[in-house]
Each structure stands twice: as structure tokens, then as C-alpha cells.
Write a protein that binds this ligand. Structure first.
Ligand code: HEC
Ligand code: HEC
Length: 316
């Protein structure tokens, strides 16, 4: 009864790079269920917060607040990253602590300052008491239709894999339409790649603009209780203050920026890099004072803006 679902990838995205676990193949029924769960505040302890409260469709699936508000108006200490193009990454979260989207999805449901449930079982009980969810789980998991935490994760992950951004001016430019990007953005693209200029591509590499690795660029490292990012997870010395290189797709829609939302605009981000980030013991050797002119900084910003294109998701 369940049918395999074929994704349509916007221009510029590489279908070969899609990460779809063998044990969770895409089906339309799972995606549909996952979409419903993604937008449903009843997954939170007091019925007020859904995934979409912090990853807003209208804000590039990120949060315009520096720190998101969870149940009871509580605030966390990291900026909500975008859910766009997560299909291309294995590890999730700024520190990569989740090994898959399936695993990631259960995190916020049980996080005390996000959706606030002390345990998953009462959440599952609420779903089991709703006949339309019972039907939807039966359609998505026809083996037995059981409503389990693993399946909530599988369904939400399936929906998230349909959330993509491509077909941007940059993609159309690369595909041969020389007029798709402004001249300023074209100059910015050169600076982005040039090792002796922006040197951005060394980390923001390939079609999704990330090396899928952890780098210390110095954000927040002056703070007394600095967030040490990947280090507490990996215990690798070089990971002190290192965060996952984020995608730059749709970046114009997802302000504020950085894991702590400390930069409000793309101009401010570029100025930060131009200063050489924030020097600290573990700063990546790839981060240096750039000495870009104001025109060059403007060009880089124009290029970043050209990475915003068509945002698609299931049933949009
Ligand atoms: C209260 C706000 C809030 C809610 C609700 C919330 N998130 Fe998040 N989300 C965040 C924050 C903040 C982070 C970054 C946390 C970190 O990296 O430690 C995050 C990270 C993520 C990531 C990782 C993205 C990446 O690039 O690594 C995904 C995917 C995600 N959330 C999906 C979801 C899903 C699915 C739900 C609903 C089940 C959800 N979020 C609910 C705030 C929220
Ligand atoms: C050493 C690797 C590295 C280099 C080089 C680098 N970046 Fe980054 N970039 C990162 C990491 C890691 C983050 C997240 C840092 C954090 O939040 O602590 C980031 C964050 C960003 C963000 C904010 C993304 C978001 O969603 O919040 C933008 C925009 C950005 N970089 C653009 C650039 C530009 C433009 C350049 C070149 C001038 C550049 N980067 C060079 C690794 C790098």
C-alpha cells in the first residue's frame, strides 16, 4: 500500500549526495505523517510549541529570534539552524551530536526548554488517543501501525528530507545563464573561492556549501562560559569551540547568524571574517585577517544573497 516517493531536486542540488537510511526509505505516507507532526504543537508538553515554532517556513526554516522560545517562554542558548537541505548531512545540531535526522527529531520533544516533555510515553499516548493519527501511522507503517518513538522520528525525518533550497541565481549562473547573477555577486563569487581573498570555499565547499566538519572561527570565544561546541561530544582537543560548518543555502532568509545568533546581518558576518574572526587558542588556521576593501565586502554579501532560491517542501 505504501508507495516509494521520488524526490524532485531543485537545480544545483546533487541527488547522489542525499542521505536516506536504508531502514527508513521515503514513502508518501511517512512524509505526510511527518509533516503533520512537524507542525503539531501537541507534541509539546503544554500544546504550545511545534517544530515549526522555531524552524519557521517563512524564515527559511530557521528562527528570526537570536534564541528560540520553548514552552513557558524559556530560552535556550543556541540559535535554531535551518532545516533546509538537511537531507545532505548525516550529523545534526551545531555540535553534530545526533547521527541522523531520525535521532535528532526526538531531541527537541524531550528537551526541557524546547517542547518540555519529561518522557516520550505521554506524547505517544496522546497520539494513540487520536483516531486520525492512528490511521496515519497505519498508513505509514502498515506492518502493524504501532505508534512508537522510533516511528515518530522516522516520519519527521522523512518530511524534513523534502525541505530543500536550490535553483538560486547562483545555480542558474553555473548552469550557463550569465545574467542570473549581478556583476557584484559574480565578483563576490571569485572572492569567495580565492585563497588569497575570502578563502571561504575552503570550509563552505561543494553544492551545499559545507565541509560537514567542525571548525573554530572564534564566535563567542571571549565569553567566560564559552560554548565549546564539538569538544564535549568528541573530546578531540582541536574541537574546542568548533561548530559544524553550516550550509549557506537560503542564507539571506535565516538571520541572525552563528551558533549564538550574535551576528545580525550578512554585512556583519563578512566584517567579522574580514577582522580575522575572534583570535583564540584553537582558532582555525584557515581564518585570517582578510583586508578586503568595502567594495569587496559588499560583493561577498551580494554573492551570499545569490544563494537564496526556491524553497520546496512536501505539499507546498
Ligand atoms: C524551542 C525551539 C525549537 C523547537 C521547538 C525545535 N527546535 Fe530544532 N533546533 C533548535 C535549536 C536551538 C537547534 C540547535 C541546537 C544545537 O545545535 O544544539 C535546533 C536544531 C535542529 C536541527 C539541526 C539542524 C542542523 O543544521 O544541524 C534540526 C534538523 C531540527 N532542529 C529539527 C527540529 C524538529 C524536527 C523539531 C520538532 C520535533 C524541532 N527542531 C523543534 C530549536 C528548536
Ligand atoms: C575555517 C572554516 C570556515 C571558513 C574559512 C569560513 N567559514 Fe563561514 N562558517 C564556518 C563555521 C564553523 C560557521 C559557524 C560558526 C559558529 O556558529 O560558531 C560559519 C558560519 C558562517 C555564516 C553564518 C551561517 C549561519 O547559518 O548562521 C556565514 C554567512 C558564513 N559562515 C559565511 C562565510 C564567508 C562569506 C566566508 C569567507 C569570508 C566564510 N564563511 C569562511 C566555517 C568557516
Amino acid at each position: 500500500m505504501t508507495g516509494a516517493y521520488r524526490l524532485t531536486f531543485p537545480l544545483g542540488l546533487d541527488p547522489e549526495a542525499a542521505q536516506i537510511p536504508r531502514e527508513n526509505p521515503l514513502t508518501e505516507e511517512k512524509i505526510r505523517l511527518g509533516k503533520r507532526l512537524y507542525f503539531d504543537p501537541s507534541l509539546s508538553v503544554d500544546n504550545t510549541v511545534s517544530c515549526a515554532s522555531c524552524h519557521l517556513t517563512e524564515a527559511g526554516f530557521a528562527d528570526p529570534n537570536q534564541f528560540s522560545f520553548g514552552v513557558g517562554g524559556q530560552k535556550g542558548n543556541r540559535q535554531a539552524p535551518t532545516v533546509i537541505n538537511r537531507i545532505f548531512s548525516r550529523t545534526q545540531f551545531w555540535d553534530g551530536r545526533a547521527g541522523s535526522l531520525e535521532e535528532q527529531a526526538l531531541g527537541p520533544i524531550l528537551n526541557p526548554v524546547e517542547m518540555g516533555n519529561p518522557k516520550i510515553e505521554p506524547v505517544l499516548e496522546r497520539l494513540r488517543a487520536d483516531p486520525s493519527y492512528v490511521g496515519a501511522f497505519k498508513a505509514a507503517f502498515p506492518e502493524d501501525g504501532a505508534i512508537t518513538d522510533t516511528r515518530v522520528g522516522k516520519a519527521i525525518a522523512s518530511f524534513e528530507r523534502t525541505v530543500m533550497s536550490g535553483n538560486s541565481p547562483f545555480d542558474r549562473f553555473l548552469a550557463g545563464d550569465a545574467s542570473a547573477m549581478s556583476e557584484s555577486a559574480q565578483r563576490g563569487y571569485k572572492l569567495f573561492k580565492d585563497e588569497n581573498k575570502g578563502n571561504c570555499e575552503t570550509c563552505h565547499v561543494s553544492f551545499n556549501f559545507t565541509d560537514e566538519n567542525y571548525n573554530n572561527i572564534g564566535v563567542g570565544m571571549h565569553l567566560k562560559n564559552a560554548d565549546l561546541g564539538r569538544h564535549p561530544i568528541s573530546k578531540v582537543e582541536g574541537h574546542q569551540g568548533a561548530f559544524k560548518t553550516p550550509t549557506l543555502r537560503q542564507i539571506a532568509s535565516t538571520a541572525p547568524y552563528m551558533h549564538d545568533g550574535s551576528e545580525k546581518t550578512l554585512e556583519a558576518v563578512v566584517a567579522y571574517y574580514n577582522r580575522g574572526g575572534r583570535p583564540n587558542k584553537w582558532l582555525s588556521p584557515k581564518i585570517n585577517v582578510l583586508k578586503l576593501s568595502s567594495q569587496e565586502q559588499e560583493d561577498l554579501v551580494e554573492f551570499l544573497k545569490a544563494l537564496s532560491g526556491e524553497v520546496v517542501w512536501y505539499g507546498k
